[in-house]
Ligand binder design. Structure first.
Ligand code: F0G
Length: 448
């Protein structure tokens, strides 16, 4: 059979709530045209993020009931620790309430003013947490990624020559760690090849610099390696993931992505001294090291999710369904970051709306138009989110795991194609109010 089906059936349903275009126009004005500020009840299809929005399985819900809520040394912690050790091989497994808490603790321990942390592309919380320590967050994406239209198998990697040049110029002593984000979220959800992970790991080891994975979407990355990289076709996703982790000295992880959990994160390391410092900081803000700000039941949900996410049926369906959305809009003239990524499709709004300049936020304009037209929430990943660091003006349609069916995706395709037909009518925006950090979450706009 050629048809790839959702590898699950639905046991519990949640109604979708419809609004009219007139209601949505009023909702947008009230929210200052920032889709983060719209109540979820007013959204029909929510593609804001794939983070914390997964549907949990019956096995995960069953595991929740086994959650041990002991403050210290709960059974849930040991089940999670076992699952993570078995997958990653890391010696220290520290739970946190989500990925950014792991980042905050890691960077607080390692980073100082005057230092620089290279990554293929930092996610916004990673960048903000590094900059908060007054170190510099440096993006070194591979050059081929600059062309959003080229269809290369692994556009998410790091420019290894640029990494070596940076180490030469700044000195290894001023680089507290090197990171690779798999898949490369801010770089279009593109995968990183095993060859690139090996090359970056090799440079880091030769220079004595710790190497960390930002492993949020490690399973999706592993599937791309299986499908696209020579020599891995017969490997299981788990074997590929194990090899990826074996090349690193530690990882940060948001369990809200590739663990199907609604909350949670991990900080892992092989460094005994660092782990002690991290646990001290953890106690200050997150909780005792065996629960890290989570309930015992959350730890159990993550442990089960880490196993389910590596099932080949699931990963085949997941990557195919993202590709389905991408191909159906791109083949009808909507420019996307090619080829389709793992968790999301990124529309190249700069290319789609050349009449709206960067400083008038073309991707924000498209996000507003798509919500007004069809009740779909997406997110700007461009000059609103990254200011002057933005390389492209992208609109991300992130697909929650196991939540929407093919007919939902067909509706999204139709809506995007209809907005594309009247794209010349879309106008730019200006920001009227903004906070100091991570402005995209709360700033307000005015249509021009
Ligand atoms: N790293 C990457 C690559 C991410 O995509 C995210 C979150 C984080 C770190 C932080 O994890 O949210 O658990 O604190 N990304 C979400 C997104 C929010 O929508 O892409 P967190």
């Amino acid at each position: 059979m050629r048809t790839i089906i959702e590898p699950f059936r639905i046991k519990s349903v949640e109604p979708l709530r419809r609004t009219t275009p007139e209601q949505r126009a009023a909702i947008l004005a009230r929210a200052g045209y920032n889709l983060f500020l719209i109540p979820a009840a007013d959204i029909l299809i929510d593609l804001l993020t794939d983070s914390g929005t997964s549907a949990m399985s019956t096995e995960q819900w069953a595991a929740m009931m086994r959650g041990d809520e002991s403050y210290a040394g709960s059974e849930s912690y040991f089940r999670l620790k076992h699952a993570v050790e078995e997958l990653t091989g890391f010696r220290h497994v520290i739970p946190t309430h989500q990925g950014r808490a792991a980042e905050r603790i890691l960077f607080a321990c390692l980073c100082r003013e005057g230092q620089v942390v290279p990554n293929n592309t930092h996610f916004d919380t990673t960048r903000a947490n590094i900059e908060f320590t007054r170190a510099q967050a440096l993006d070194l994406p591979m050059k081929e990624a600059a062309d959003t239209q080229s269809r290369l198998p692994f556009k998410g990697g790091m420019d290894v020559e640029a990494l070596e040049r940076t180490i030469g110029e700044r000195g290894a002593g001023r680089i507290p760690l090197i990171m690779l984000t798999v898949t490369n979220n801010s770089g279009g959800g593109q995968p990183v090849s095993m060859a690139n992970i090996e090359a970056v790991s090799g440079v880091a080891r030769r220079q004595g610099i710790p190497f960390y994975l930002d492993a949020c979407r490690f399973a999706e990355n592993a599937w791309f390696i299986k499908e696209r990289e020579d020599g891995y076709g017969s490997w299981t996703p788990r074997e590929i993931a194990r090899k990826m982790f074996s090349l690193a000295d530690g990882c940060t992880f948001s369990a809200k992505k590739d663990a199907f959990a609604n909350i949670g994160g991990l900080l892992c390391t092989n460094d005994d001294v660092l782990a002690r410092q991290e646990k001290d900081l953890l106690i200050l803000t997150e909780g005792f090291p065996t629960y890290g700000g989570l309930a015992g039941r959350d730890l159990d949900a993550i442990a089960v999710g880490l196993d389910e996410v590596l099932q080949p049926d699931y990963l085949e369906y997941r990557i195919a369904s993202t590709g389905y959305l991408g191909r159906h809009i791109a083949d009808r003239g909507v420019p996307i970051v090619e080829p389709p990524g793992g968790h999301a499709i990124y529309i190249d709004a700069g290319r789609m709306l050349p009449h709206i300049p960067k400083h008038e936020f073309p991707a924000q304009s498209l996000a507003v138009a798509l919500y007004r037209h069809a009740g779909i929430r997406s997110v700007e990943i461009g000059s609103v989110m990254f200011g002057g660091h933005a390389r492209n003006e992208l609109l991300r349609l992130a697909i929650p795991r196991r939540v929407y069916t093919q007919s939902h995706i067909d509706y999204v395709v139709e809506a995007i194609l209809e907005v594309n037909e009247r794209k010349h009518e879309l106008k730019g925006y200006e920001i009227t109010r903004q906070p100091e950090f991570l402005r995209h979450f709360s700033c307000e706009f005015r249509p021009l």
